[in-house]
Design a protein. Sequence first.
Length: 546
Amino acid sequence: MDTYYYNSPMARLSQLQVTSGGSSLFNRSYDYDPVGNVQSITNNISGENQSFGYDPLDRLSSWNATNVSQQYNYDPIGNLTAKAGVAYTYGSNGNGTGAGPHQARTIGGQSYSYDANGNMTSSPGRGYTWNAENQLTAVTGTASESYTYDGDGERASRTVNGITTVYLGPLLDVDNNSAGTRRNVYMFNGQAIAQRTTTSNPVGNTLVYLHGDQLGSVSLTTSNAGSYVSGQEFDPWGAIRSGGVNETKLNYTGQRKDDTGLLYYHARYYNPVIARFISADTVVPGMAMGAGGALGTIGLDKNTSMKGLTVDYHEPGINSAVAGENQSTYQHGFWFQLSKDDKQKAKTPYGPLNPQALNRYSYVLNNPLRYTDPTGHYDYQYTWDIGPASSNFTPEIAMAYMIKHPQDVFPFGVIEIDSNGNVVSGETTLKVGSIYKLANAGGPGVDNWVKVTKITPYSFTFEEIAGGFDPVGSTITFSIFEMGGEVYLHQDAHTKYSLGGFKDWLFTQGAAIAWMTQADNLRRVFFPPADVPYYMWDIFPPYIGW
């Protein structure tokens, strides 16, 4: 049995324990610094304590544990310059196959090279081949593999030593070997909890339960009888520190690990040994509202064209385009640099809330113990101050209301439906596994279908399954926490893949307005004057000048 304990009011995981028959198989305690970074993890079985340090930008700067003492250093644009004594160097331009300023040219004296689109083409003892869509199609070297993809950009097959694994959605894959191996993954509350492996020649059927750590990394497997099967420990960046789990390919943060050692993050591949992706993110998070909103209200020339910072990496001249289209950022600084008065005038955030997001190869803002990257895109986050905490207004109370009465808070209608789109009568309380239609969420007359994949006392997660706003498979988590006596609503979205520069920009504009409206609606529920909820298409036109 997996048991999660949370501290309050910040709703942070304080302990995770796996027990079977009265025995403790996994038991970790977590402590945090005042801003929410994990500062220690204690193994309550072995007694080992891991401690972590951070620099002023909340980047992981040190890790100390039994027989381990590592330091991590960065340059101003978020590149690792030293990791556990290993030096990283970077290029100065991105022309031709030369490494650009975010592309590691050497690591520990070993050379790396890239194509003109920023895809890694070689590393020590290994070569990489990419298709026209900038998808990895082959890795050659000590471990050689090849891959194909479907029309949505998801990996469709993986071939190793003549055996091809075909992926039939995220929960089933089949090998074309003589044994006829099939693997079914079972999910609960947004996390893989078990895998059944069957073979037809000889006939076999094995079920293992998967137990994740605080990041969802598969750290322990148990048998159908609840006995220990295998376990593993990770370093802060996702490399295996000790042990090993061979019963499943699901690994660090629940992502598939290939024989190459690379982790498949859907949009990209991640190398946990060097703590970097091997290709650039196609999305730069952030947005700018342009004339009539955000910086337009604090002195921006109304004639200035602004596309925001969410652009397609592979558009020609990205650097000049970003510079030309974001003169306001150059003039006023990023959102986090504005004065309190200018933030109030701007009303909505623009650009990346954290400038480390501009580094398109680094992993989760160089804070791997705090964040995960479900899709390979780090897209957008918004945090809104709802109001002062009190006995009648706590994160638990606010979240319980959102789950019970989503139609009062969301900026569009919330209607429970079945898998065929038929309306389910009765209340619209959110439930794990249920499907909901978000009326007009993709625009007037365009509905989105989402599934609730996870609910906790402080958060819930939607996954897009159909509609016209985010790509299918995208996720967004809504959470509520208390800090400094104030209650905040936080929205953390990850898109499945890039739609291209203009569409990415357009959709992040709509997202910012939608989630700002959600915050306003929640505020009206708990603070007078009470009012009916606003819906997105009631307020959208004034914001964009229609």
